[in-house]
Design a protein around this ligand. Structure first.
Ligand SMILES: NC(=O)c1ccc[n+]([C@@H]2O[C@H](COP(=O)([O-])OP(=O)(O)OC[C@H]3O[C@@H](n4cnc5c(N)ncnc54)[C@H](O)[C@@H]3O)[C@@H](O)[C@H]2O)c1
Length: 249
């Protein structure tokens, strides 16, 4: 029960890693605000998890992020923990990216993480403590073909986390998780496209990983909850790669 009476603010909370993290926090005694693009999806996920509320916000829009933070404070009484997890994957040769598409990638990932941190920090500081986790990717630390905008955005999130450490202290720790290939709503269409069905898709994606399988959202949530909890009380500003060994192979 590491999160008894704690409130977590989760962007991208209706699906995948964000939702799995909210579930773990609630299982360990906390309450959650699930923030996502679509209000019905966010509310449905909150109803399934229990002790949670669903809110709509596009994290690329600072005003919407602030409104979601304010609504969480009003409805749940404050914010102790946050996961900036909202994101989308898009790949392709650099020549195919016009500035609007490129800026959208940066706005959602780097912008969304920045706005989330900016607005949850005062709420945490006013309570005297807090822990934030951001989400990068193995693309922040290794090269993939046709992955320049996503890789740049994810490296930006890891850098933002490091830079924000000083302003977050002394009350708040901030760390970053860099997931490898993980089975979620984001990768499901990619697996289906590559494999034809999920089983074959998982096999193809897993083959490149030393552990010979993809990660699960719950395995990522376990690492995120370590950073969120007092178990990580002397760790801040770090990026932890959780990838079954891919980046060092
Ligand atoms: N799944 C992987 O293999 C993998 C690998 C590396 C990094 N990541 C990162 O993990 C994070 C979580 O992704 P996931 O794999 O759980 O995918 P997911 O698609 O299951 O969940 C992402 C959620 O973010 C929401 N979202 C997207 N854009 C948003 C926006 N502008 N505003 C608010 N919500 C928005 C989506 O609606 C979705 O519910 C993302 O930042 C992703 O880039 C995932």
């Amino acid at each position: 029960m590491r999160f008894e009476n704690k409130v977590i603010f989760v962007t991208g909370g209706a699906s995948g890693i964000g939702r799995a993290t909210a579930e773990r926090v609630v299982d360990e005694g906390g309450r959650a605000a699930l923030v996502d693009l679509d209000l019905d999806r966010a509310r449905a996920a909150a109803a399934q998890i229990g002790n949670a509320i669903g809110l709509a916000a596009n994290v690329a829009d600072e005003g919407q992020v602030k409104a979601a933070v304010d609504a969480t404070v009003a409805e749940l009484g404050g914010i102790d923990l946050a996961l900036a997890g909202a994101g989308h994957a898009e790949f392709g040769p650099t020549a195919e990216w016009d500035s609007e598409r490129f800026m959208r990638m940066l706005s959602v990932h780097v912008g969304g993480t920045f706005y989330t941190c900016k607005h949850v920090l005062p709420a945490m500081k006013s309570r005297g403590s807090g822990s934030i986790v951001t989400i990068a990717s193995t693309a922040a630390v290794m090269a993939n073909n046709n992955n320049v905008p996503y890789g740049a955005a994810k490296a930006g999130i890891s850098g933002l986390t490091r830079q924000l450490m000083f302003e977050a202290l002394p009350e708040v720790r901030i760390n970053c998780i860099a997931p490898g290939r993980t089975i979620t709503g984001m990768t499901t269409p990619l697996m289906l496209a590559r494999g034809g069905d999920m089983e074959k898709g998982e096999e193809i994606f897993g083959a490149a990983i030393p552990m010979k399988r993809m990660g699960t959202a719950d395995e990522l949530a376990a690492a995120i909850c370590f950073f969120l909890s007092d178990d990580a009380s002397f760790i801040t500003g770090q990026t932890l790669v959780v990838d079954g060994g891919e980046t060092i192979s």
